[in-house]
Structures are given as C-alpha cells and as structure tokens.
Design a protein around this ligand. Structure first.
Ligand code: NAP
Length: 289
C-alpha cells in the first residue's frame, strides 16, 4: 500500500478531546452541560444501535443525552408535537431525529418544524438552505462536515482542486458538494444517470464516494496521486467485515491519501454531532441573561 491513510478513528479521538474541553469550560463558567435529545420512533434495530453509539459518545465528552422513544404507531400530530415541545424546552440544545421514522410519518414535515438553532444534525431544509446561501451559522450535516474536517486536519489543499462527488443524497452528496464549493474547489456531482463515470472520476484530484454500492470504485477509475474519501458503508453477504464504495487495496496503490472503511468517515460523523451540540450550547450560553 502506498497511500497515506486518513485515520478517522484517531482524528475523531482528538476532536472528542477538544469537545470535552469545551464542555468542561462551559460548565466551569457556571453554565449547564450541553444536552442532546434523540427522537426515535418504531423499533428499527439499526436506529437503536446508532442512537446507543451517539449516547455513549455524548457521555464520554460530558454532553447530557436523552432518547425520546415513540411507538411505531405514533401519529403525525404526536411526532410534530414532540418537536414543538423540544423547540420550546430551554434545557435542550440539540435535537436529533433518527432516520427513518415510520413510513406513515411525513418525515420532511416533522423536520421542517425543528428550530434550526437546535438542528445539530444539519438535516432540516432551513439548515440546508443556509448552507446553500453560505450562512455559516447554520449547522452542516455531520457526515459531510466530518469529511471536510478530515481534509483540513491532514492539510489537504481544496482550493482550486478538481473535486468529484459521487452521490447526490440530501444528507451526504449535496451538502458535501456545497462545502467543497465553499472552500473553492471546482466541483462535479455524479449520480446514477451520469454517463462515462470513470472519465469523470479520473479527472478528480479529490474523489468522494457516497454511493452505497460495495467496492464499485475501482483503482482504474482513480487519477494517480488523488485523495480518495469513501463514505460508503455496505454489508455484503458472506463477508465478515462491512466494506466501502471503493475497492480499497488496489485503489490504495494508486491514490496518495485514502480513508479506510471502517475507521475513516464513520467516526468523524459522530464527532461532528458532539461538536455541533456543544457549539449550540455555547451559543445559548453566550446569549443567556
Ligand atoms: P443514497 O441516499 O442511497 O444515495 C446514493 C447516491 O448514489 C444517489 O445519489 C445515487 O444516484 C448514487 N448512485 C447510486 N448508484 C450509482 C451508480 N451506479 N453510479 C453513480 N452514482 C450512483 O445513499 P446515502 O444516504 O447518501 O449513503 C451513501 C453511502 O454512504 C451508503 O453506503 C451509506 O451507508 C453511507 N453513509 C455513511 C455515513 C457515515 O456516517 N459514515 C452516513 C451516511 C451515509 P441517484 O440520485 O441518481 O439515485
């Protein structure tokens, strides 16, 4: 392997330590600890796992966390009432609506109600719109934010570079493209209807895979010396470990930098959730009477 690993596990530890210090400083200044509430509806086991991981991470840095569980039969009105209540609750700094909500719930309508100041997951239309408008007071979605943090901490230049993002989901591909644009990259977004994908990917100085297709990006699709960031996380029948969207071993012979899966983008996502929640609490403290 010749590429340098972008080690998200190690970097997320550094970020968590920084967040822990910020939480301690807030408390030492006489403010309460930040508080994150996760809203969970139904009994999706993956959602339970994700929320559990986020709660453990919160506890580690001193963020208070709570899970608000609603039954799978919760009505639209009840779900919306929960968000209104959390908006009005001065003891809550951040709210995370765990995707997916049950199918009969209009998730977009629920998210539209959430106060952007508490949208630490960066998923509401208001937060997305602010990102588009270049308003950096809004919280950006945690996975793209974590990817940008990886690039910064490894001193990877972005300005003027040719960045290619494969994937255009609302939580990942699109906000990532906007964050790259804000750092003055020249950005191409590819998706399932893109023609000649390999021609586009071979142009990339910075290549981001956010597809959800195991090992779809092959070494032959990479420009030698490129930075390859793999956000994919895929379970494959008959294989013990989960794999990314990039065919890791051969690609790491061509790329200059590459993220492993697991241990690349994933841990950074949770670290950004902790940082956004702390930021929300610091802003609240700064305006407290
Ligand atoms: P998604 O909503 O399914 O979006 C996938 C995107 O990939 C779509 O824009 C789709 O294009 C595009 N695509 C699909 N097949 C393609 C192909 N053959 N060629 C080019 N583009 C193609 O998925 P997502 O939520 O963004 O997640 C993507 C991956 O990231 C998944 O593996 C997911 O598990 C992972 N993920 C990881 C984290 C983390 O914390 N590490 C967080 C979120 C997601 P169309 O728009 O044309 O359909």
């Amino acid at each position: 392997m010749s590429a340098t690993l972008l080690d998200g596990t190690a970097l997320s530890r550094t970020v968590r330590n920084e967040v822990k210090d910020r939480v301690s400083a807030l408390v030492a200044a006489g403010h309460r600890a930040p508080k994150l509430v996760a809203v969970l509806a139904g009994d999706d086991p993956a959602s339970e796992t994700y929320v559990g991981m986020k709660q453990r991470a919160c506890a580690w840095v001193g963020i208070e966390s709570e899970t608000l569980r609603m039954s799978g039969a919760t009505s639209q009105e009840e779900a919306e009432a929960v968000i209104r209540r959390l908006n009005a609750d001065a003891s809550v700094d951040g709210v995370l609506v765990q995707h997916p909500l049950p199918k009969h719930i209009d998730e977009a309508a629920v998210l539209r109600l959430l106060d952007p100041a508490k949208d630490v997951d960066g998923v509401t239309p208001a937060s997305m719109g602010a990102l588009l408008a270049g308003d950096d007071r809004a919280f950006a979605a945690c996975t793209p934010l974590g990817i940008m943090e990886l690039l910064s901490r490894y001193d990877i230049p972005v300005e003027g570079k040719r960045a290619v993002v494969i994937g255009r989901s609302v939580i990942l591909g699109k906000p990532l493209a906007l964050l790259l644009l804000a750092r003055n990259a020249t950005v191409t977004i590819c998706h399932s209807r893109t023609r000649d994908l390999a021609d586009r990917t071979r142009e990339a100085d910075l290549l981001f895979a956010a597809i959800g297709k195991p090992e779809m990006i092959k070494a032959s699709m990479i420009k030698p010396g490129a930075v390859v960031v793999d956000a994919g996380y895929n379970r494959v029948e008959g294989r013990k470990a989960d794999v990314g969207d990039v065919d890791f071993e051969p690609t790491s012979e061509v790329a200059a930098y590459i993220t492993p899966v697991p241990g690349g983008v994933g841990p950074m996502t949770i670290a950004m959730l902790l940082r956004n929640t702390t930021e929300a609490a610091e802003r609240r403290a700064a305006t407290a009477p």
